[in-house]
Design a protein around this ligand. Structure first.
Ligand code: 48F
Length: 247
């Protein structure tokens, strides 16, 4: 016999058990694009308590669409970060190519398999700052925010927060009110420079707050790179390794 009330009970209790045991975590990653997912996988595989907060229902960010909705991604560097999670990469004309849908879905499942928690439909609307240090994230239902409802948020304490929100660079803009350097905004496309810059600018930009992926590019005012994705993956790896040294 299938009982509606049991289905409801299972969903609600499962969700609340999960959120209750993750009110205090090691790393809160904001945004489930390729950089955030890679960072989450590596941190979780080292036994760290990691949660990714993703405002959309479907995680994956800008990778699903490949280039202009042709579901193919191109890589020059960093293909090992896809191959180690089982994504098939093929060499062509001095580059590597992969199926965007395969790569995105495997990045999501690899992060979850490693033990990262993924809260979708959940927007980080602000950060917690104590004694000049970022100490967590302030979350709310994306749906409530989109409807413009006056609903107070909840908070998750984290030792480190990663802004992996892509072009929006959402979290970083919150520290401007604390007098930190302003986001510069991404520059016009220059794929080679953008790829290098995405790794170079992945760093702690305020105590407790790191930028990764396109958010690092946008913060630093570096060029965008379009549908070449190695820099995003390598940025995720770098932020994970930098945080691991401090945890
Ligand atoms: O944009 P996105 O894929 O970030 P990324 O990891 O990768 C960028 C590439 O996809 C591509 C590119 C480089 O090749 O140009 O664009 O830097 O994913 C960012 C995710 O963050 C979510 C957003 O829905 C997306 O899935 N996001 C943005 N703001 C928030 C958020 C927020 N305030 N709270 C939660 N999630």
């Amino acid at each position: 016999m299938i009982k509606e009330k049991e289905i409801t009970k299972l969903i609600v209790s499962e969700y609340f058990d999960s959120i209750l045991s993750n009110i205090e975590i090691d790393v809160a990653i904001v945004g489930a694009g390729p950089s955030g997912l890679t960072a989450a996988r590596i941190l979780a595989s080292h036994g760290k308590k990691v949660a990714i907060f993703e405002s959309r229902v479907a995680p994956g960010g800008g990778m699903w669409g490949g280039g202009m909705l042709y579901p193919v991604i191109v890589l020059k560097e960093g293909r090992e970060l896809l191959e180690e999670i089982g994504v098939k990469c093929r060499q062509k004309n001095g580059y590597y190519i992969a199926n965007a849908i395969e790569a995105t879905s495997k990045l999501i499942s690899a992060a979850i398999d490693a033990g990262a928690l993924l809260y979708n439909g959940t927007t980080v609307e602000d950060i917690i700052v104590k004694n000049d240090r970022v100490a967590g994230v302030v979350i709310n239902w994306t749906a409530a925010l989109q409807l413009g409802l006056l609903v107070d948020p909840l908070s998750i304490e984290a030792k480190f927060v990663v802004d992996a929100t892509g072009h929006e660079c959402y979290v970083v803009r919150k520290i401007e009110k604390l007098g930190a350097k302003k986001m510069q905004g991404e520059k016009a496309m220059w794929a080679e420079m953008g790829e290098k810059a995405s790794i170079e600018h992945t760093k702690e930009i305020y105590p407790g707050l790191y930028v990764a992926g396109m958010a690092a590019i946008a913060y630093a005012g570096a060029p965008r790179m379009g549908p070449i994705f190695g820099g995003m993956l390598l940025s995720g790896k770098k932020v994970a390794e930098d945080i691991l040294k401090k945890l």
